[in-house]
Design a protein around this ligand. Structure first.
Ligand code: ME8
Length: 523
């Protein structure tokens, strides 16, 4: 990288609807994206990481109406809860966008103008089953037909066929170009299963998309025709470029970071990101994102979380109960990224105690305590390395390549599995070499074993930083590693611990979960 511009990496999460409090699905997406962002930063990339809230649209308007407040009041009340959640979970986002900000209006209106200038927006009529009481359209499949032929919305209110004036985006014109793009960029939609769904959907034929509404007014006004507000997805998707200063395409952020390296989103909104968004960008003659990654859904013991079932988990309460690093590690390690995953108290406690407290925490505590007691609290000077020492050091030195390979496809779970397999080996090494027994028989060999163990902890802790940033930093503090020696550039033989370095008194980093403290009412 000498002399050349730093490698850049732009990652985004979906922007959340703030019509309710943040739930564990929002937290999961933010955590996984944060692990990717931190990994890339530590690996020498200049990273830009955006998250935020999606504040317009009918859902927000309806929730506000029920609460007797304006949608703006609702957004102003709820958006800080999302900002607070990302802070609480130690998410390293560089920006938090709210779609009600003036910078975003400017961006969406510019994008609309470019799509219009390209001839892709026309005025037509949108027809659908409309409930006046709910002020909403419903799909045919959502309705119940009454014996008298009338139809009822799921809310029980009657619907009527309504046609309203609407602007349309010529999505149908992009079918072939989209298919060609998917073909030429097989990694664009990940994981592969989601890609196949999108490809079949597009192959089946695309209809033009209604992109404005006149039945409500909580949205970005259509330029030149303010009776219309833009369809919330046109507005929402554009956040990804607003966050880079669009419409200023010559600005530093846009030039440096667009196109995005990855949009991390849930599986339910892959179509919007893999079909609409690239079509809008093609129309506006802007480069397309490199990848859309659709992660799975989290369930509570296999059951969908819903307010009515009462099993919605508050991520902040969960982090307060188990620990921020603990839940970050749990979700990223336990759930293969891309697949659905399930949460349970037992599974979490198992990971906390087995992986964090026993395997990593105990090993550090035991080996560093021995250094404190038997090596005057300084990193010991190793003697010649045995074959066993050399083999395990080589394994540690090879970790970065393995971790990178896993993260290439955003296999966060596999990246962590690699790091913890090294920790497992380090435990076997420590137990096998039994430095406590060498204390009397061969103190020099004891020092070598303690050196090697501390070196393994150094490398594992550097690699654990993306998932467990606070605990890993504490562990690196215990090794007295300066800030500049904590990036991935210091992994491997070139960054070996320096014998003679005075270490602070060891302190436990990963506490055990003690079952009596289980939260009451937790099934
Ligand atoms: O969809 N498990 O917002 P949203 C995992 N505003 N992820 C989940 C989940 C669960 N149980 N429930 C939701 C929106 N998510 C739009 C996005 S982007 C331009 C606009 C994920 O608040 C969901 O898939 O309903 C999405 O990626 C994110 O949380 C926000 O969902």
């Amino acid at each position: 990288m000498s002399g050349s511009a730093p490698k850049t990496f732009y990652i985004t999460t979906a922007i959340s609807y703030p019509n309710g409090a943040p739930h564990i699905g929002h937290a999961y997406e933010a955590i996984a994206s944060d692990v990717i962002a931190r990994f890339k930063r530590l690996d020498g990339y200049e990273v830009r990481f955006l998250t935020g809230t999606d504040e317009h649209g009918q859902k927000m308007q309806q929730t506000a109406a029920k609460a007797g407040i304006t949608p703006r009041e609702l957004a102003d009340e709820m958006a800080p809860k999302f900002q607070n959640m990302v802070r609480h979970l130690n998410i390293s986002n560089d920006d938090f966008i709210r779609t009600t900000e003036p910078r975003h209006y400017a961006s969406v209106q510019e994008l609309w103008g470019r799509m219009q200038a390209a001839g892709d927006i026309y005025l037509g009529k949108y027809g659908g089953w409309y409930s006046v009481r709910d002020e909403a359209y419903f799909g045919e499949d959502e309705l119940t037909k009454q014996p008298d032929g009338t139809r009822l919305a799921p809310t029980g209110s009657p619907v009527e066929w309504v046609e309203e004036e609407s602007y349309f985006f010529k999505l149908s014109a992009y079918q072939d170009r989209l298919l060609a793009y998917y073909e030429a960029n097989p990694g664009f939609i990940q994981p592969d299963g989601r890609r196949n769904e999108v490809v079949s959907f597009v192959k089946a034929g695309l209809k033009d998309l209604s992109v404005s509404r006149t039945t409500f007014d909580w949205g970005v006004p259509v330029p030149g025709d303010p009776r219309h507000v833009m369809y919330v997805w046109v507005d929402a998707l554009t956040n990804y470029i607003t966050g880079l200063g669009y419409p200023d395409r010559e600005g530093e952020a846009f030039r440096k970071f667009w196109p995005a390296d990855v949009h991390v989103i849930g599986k339910d909104i892959v179509r919007f990101h893999a079909i609409y968004w690239p079509a809008f960008l093609m129309s506006a003659d802007l480069p397309l994102p490199k990848r859309v990654f659709g992660h799975g859904f989290l369930t509570n013991r296999g059951e969908k979380m819903s307010k009515s079932v009462g099993n919605v988990i508050d991520p902040i309460a969960m982090a307060d109960t188990y620990g921020v690093d603990q839940i970050r590690y749990f979700f990223c390690r336990e759930v293969p990224f891309g697949q659905d995953g399930s949460y349970s108290h037992e599974a979490l406690v198992n990971r906390i105690n087995a992986d964090l407290a026993n395997d990593f925490g105990n090993l550090a505590q035991r080996s560093l305590s021995m250094i404190a007691k038997n090596c005057c609290g300084v990193v010991p000077e190793p003697d010649d390395f045995s074959d066993t020492d050399q083999a395990i050091l080589a394994q540690a030195d090879g970790m970065l390549a393995k971790a990178r390979a896993a993260m290439e496809g955003y296999e966060i779970h596999n990246m962590l599995a690699e790091v913890w397999s090294l920790i497992g080996e380090a435990n076997r090494y420590f137990a096998g070499e039994a430095p406590w027994a060498l204390k009397k028989t061969d103190p020099k060999r004891m020092e070598t074993v303690l050196y090697v163990t501390a070196e393994l902890i150094r490398q594992a802790a550097i690699l654990a930083q993306p998932a467990t940033p606070t605990a890993a930093a504490r562990m690196l503090d215990l090794l007295d590693l300066p800030e500049e020696a904590r990036s991935f550039a210091s992994l491997g033989a070139s960054g070996r611990l320096k014998p003679g370095t005075a270490l602070p008194a060891p302190a436990p980093v990963f506490p055990r979960w003690v079952e009596e403290e289980a939260p009451k009412g937790e099934a």
